[in-house]
Each structure stands twice: as C-alpha cells, then as structure tokens.
Design a protein around this ligand. Structure first.
Ligand code: MG
Ligand code: ZN
Length: 464
C-alpha cells in the first residue's frame, strides 16, 4: 500500500524495464509503438476520461473460468490485453473497528468510491457504532468529477439502486433502502419526510447523473413521501426535473445528447442474464454441456451496447467524463451456483471492456481500470468422478472451446446436510485482480487496497 510519492520512487526504478518489455510485446503483435502511452501510464499523466469497470464478484477464478470456457486454455479475454495488473485487498470493517475479511458490495464500493473503509451494507457513509446508526456522508469520485465539470455515467446490469451503482450517487446507512417505500421501512431517519436525502432511487435522480442505465424500474415506481415531490413516484420526480426516461433497447438506441440527463430502466428488477444453463448439482455435478447463449430478450440492451451508448453520449465535452460500468450478475449467478449464467455475464462484461478499449485507442487520454469488489465462491476443480474425488459442494461440468470438460464447483454454503438445490453461496475473502491502461494506469501495480482506487479514479485532493 504505497502512496503516490512511494509509487513515483518505485516507478523510477521500474520504468525502463517495463517500457522495454511492453514495447517488445507490442512489436511482436504488429501494433503501433506504445512507448509514449506506456510512459504516460507509468508517470501518472492526468486522464481526461476515466472508465471504471467493476465485475461484481469477479475474482481470479471467475476470470479464468470465462477465459477457458469461451476461448480455450491458450485464449485471451479483452481484459488480458490491459498492460498493468495488480491485486487489491477488499476487507471491510465491523462496528467495533476490527477487520471483516469477507466484505459485501456496499462496503467495498464505498471504499473505492470514497477512499474510506466502512461497514458492510453502507452506501458511501463512514462506519459507526452499529449498523442502524447512520455514518457520515462521504464525497464520492462521481461527485468530484461533477464538480470538475466532467460528464458522469453509471451503467449496470443490476437494479440501478443496487449497492455498486448506488455508492457513486447516494449516501445511506443500509443498501436495502433502494426506493422510497423501502427507505420508509428500513431507513426511517434518512427519508425525505424525515429531512434526509431520501432513498437511493431518489438520490440517483436528484444527482442528475448524465447517463444512468440499468434495471430496477420497480424502485423508481415507488412513491415519495416527503419533500418537494411528495406524492410523486421517483419516475415522476425525474420527469419534473427534466430527466429523459427510456425503457427498452430501441429507446436507448434513439437517445441523443440533448436527452441528457438520461435515465434508462430496462427491467423491473435485475436485467436478464445473457446466457443460461443448469444450476450446479451435488456429487458428479451436471452432465458436460455447452451453455445456452441467447437468454437475454432483444428489448433489453446488452452491457456492451449500454457501454457504447454511454460513451457516445458522455464524450466530446472539454472536461471529459467519468463512467462506471458494472457487470453485476457475475456475483448474482455465483451466488446461484449457475456456471453458464456466471460465465455469460463475465464474457458480456469483457466485451464491454473491448468497447472502451476501442474508444481509448483513438482517445489515449482515457484511463481504463477493471477490478472486482470482492472474490467469490466458484472454483475450477479436477474432473475426477471416482467418488471420493468428487467435491462436497455443487458442481457444473461444461464443455470448453478446447472440447474438454471444465468442472466448476460451488462449496461455500449448504451446511452439514446440503439440500439438493444449492442455497445462496458466499462471497470469499481473497484479494481480487485489477487491470488498467492509459494515463496513471501503473497505480494498480503491486498489491494495494480498494481505498487506494479512490485517488486513481480521480477522487483525491492532489494531482487531479
Ligand atoms: Mg454490484
Ligand atoms: Zn454477492
């Protein structure tokens, strides 16, 4: 966990070696000389645009399973082409201030969005003595970007009010307070009726995020019970505030820059996964098979399509933009022990990264950072079917691009007498990978902490 000064000293020593190595690698691939871009990445040049990719629960196992299934053992994901990589610790804190090694997406999101360790369930508020005692509201990297005149975007495959998108534009003690009715029940002292900022849906709208795309329309259909828009739904409040709403892929495709702020709500709850397949089963697991890859209905835009449109709508202004793109259901399908759905979400996320890489090729003043908020349960294990060699958890067997069997097991929930249908699997506490390219990308080198990302993404008081 080095600071900027230590990083500069470290890079002074490493720079020449890394530049040479990267130059050689690009030359072999027939790419144009990247020495200048690499130097900018090493010496912390100031990015005009920041595109942050958050794969929820996308630890090294999830990345590796997607790579092997889709492209084979020798294949590469788009994120493998990001030249700077490192590890991130993700631990959160308990109300007594001691570390919690197995965090959730709210505490980890608050860490990279605000630079501060906090309790699980917290949305950009600091820690406090108990989970039901609100903490201090903390400025976020998106709010900083707005202050600097940047356009801002927030894209997810989950509900827009889910923890990861919420940490950028909301401050509330419990992640469950997603819509006004939810907050009236769970966060009584923070509602608009109580003089607070209101639920996550209300705060998302009130923040006038230039492009906000995802699921969760049901939260925005809940009725506000206090303040100026009491009696209106959050959607009606958005309309009153001049925000354009679209609800399907065609509406998104037709949206123009003059429609900003744009609110895209494409599903009542989470958006539909790209792929599907059987849920894992005990013992030998499911028969080896390929995944069904046409699960998403055409009226819901894909994550790459949302990413492309968000960049189109945000780019071109003098001060640049900040955009977060979340692959949310990598985590949700890991919980569900469904390897096909999990891998399909990882591949869609990786294809969204390619959209940003294409933009950055013609706009080299763009920093791309990819990471996960916490590790997760899936493990690649041996395909031994001899009985005692079988995992004690739940397994899926998939036939990879190499025409080999990839066995993925889920064994972090089920108890002493595991039920036939897997219960929600747990997050795990490992470090997660981080990948980056563009100005300042070298800040992800080595092992750092999620809180260090705040400055990398432009939230610090210093360089940016
Ligand atoms: Mg999330
Ligand atoms: Zn989770």
């Amino acid at each position: 966990m080095f600071n900027s000064k230590q990083l500069t000293v470290l890079l002074g020593g490493l720079g020449a070696i890394v530049v040479l190595a990267a130059g050689a690698q690009f030359a072999v691939g027939g790419q144009p000389d990247k020495t200048r871009d690499t130097r900018s990445a090493l010496h912390g040049g100031k990015p005009k645009n920041v595109i942050f990719f958050l794969g929820d629960g996308m630890g090294d196992q999830e990345v590796t399973a997607a790579r092997y299934y889709q492209y084979g053992a020798a294949g590469h994901l788009n994120l493998d082409r990001l030249p700077f990589t490192g590890f991130q610790t993700t631990w959160s804190v308990k109300p007594d201030g001691k570390p919690d090694y197995d965090p959730d997406s709210a505490s980890t999101g608050t860490m990279w969005a605000t630079g501060t360790k906090t309790l699980d369930e917290r949305i950009s508020q600091g820690p406090s003595s108990a989970i039901d005692v609100p903490g201090k509201n903390l400025p976020t990297v998106l709010e900083r970007a707005q202050k600097q005149g940047k356009k801002v975007g927030n894209v997810t495959t989950a509900e827009l009010t889910d923890a990861t998108p919420a940490v950028l534009d909301s401050h509330i003690s419990l992640r469950g307070c997603q819509g006004p009715t939810d907050a009236d029940t769970l966060c009584k002292t923070e509602t608009k009726a109580a003089g607070g900022l209101g639920s996550i849906a209300e705060q998302t709208v009130d923040h006038r995020v230039d492009v906000a795309l995802g699921g969760g329309r049901n939260r925005f259909a809940q009725t506000i019970t206090g303040g100026k828009d009491a009696g209106k739904t959050v959607e009606q409040s958005a309309a009153r505030q001049g925000i354009t709403e679209v609800n399907d892929a065609a509406g998104l495709a037709a949206a123009k820059r003059s429609d900003r702020p744009l609110l895209g709500l494409f599903a009542p709850v989470n958006m539909t996964t790209e792929w599907n397949g059987p849920v894992a089963t005990r013992g030998d697991g499911t028969p080896a098979q390929r995944c069904k890859t046409d699960n998403r209905p055409a009226n819901e835009p894909s994550l790459p399509a949302m990413t492309k449109k968000a960049i189109d709508l945000l780019q071109g202004d003098r001060d640049g933009f900040f955009l977060q793109v979340e692959g949310a259901s990598i985590d949700k399908q890991d919980h569900a022990a469904n390897a096909c759905a999990q891998i399909g979400e990882t591949i869609a996320f990786d294809n969204a990264i390619r959209v940003a890489q294409e933009y950055a090729r013609s706009h080299p003043d763009t920093l791309i950072v990819v990471t996960a908020d916490h590790a997760h349960t899936s493990q690649i294990v041996g395909e031994d079917t001899s009985g005692t060699g079988n995992p004690t958890g739940y397994s899926n067997n998939l036939t990879t691009a190499d025409d080999q069997t990839l066995r993925i097991t889920y064994g972090t929930a089920g108890g002493a007498t595991p039920p036939a249908v897997p219960p929600s699997q747990q997050h795990t506490g490992s470090v997660v990978p981080a990948f980056a390219s563009g100005p300042g990308a070298a800040a992800v080198l080595g092992t750092t902490d999620h809180t260090d990302l705040f400055e990398v993404l432009g939230g610090g008081h210093g360089r940016r």
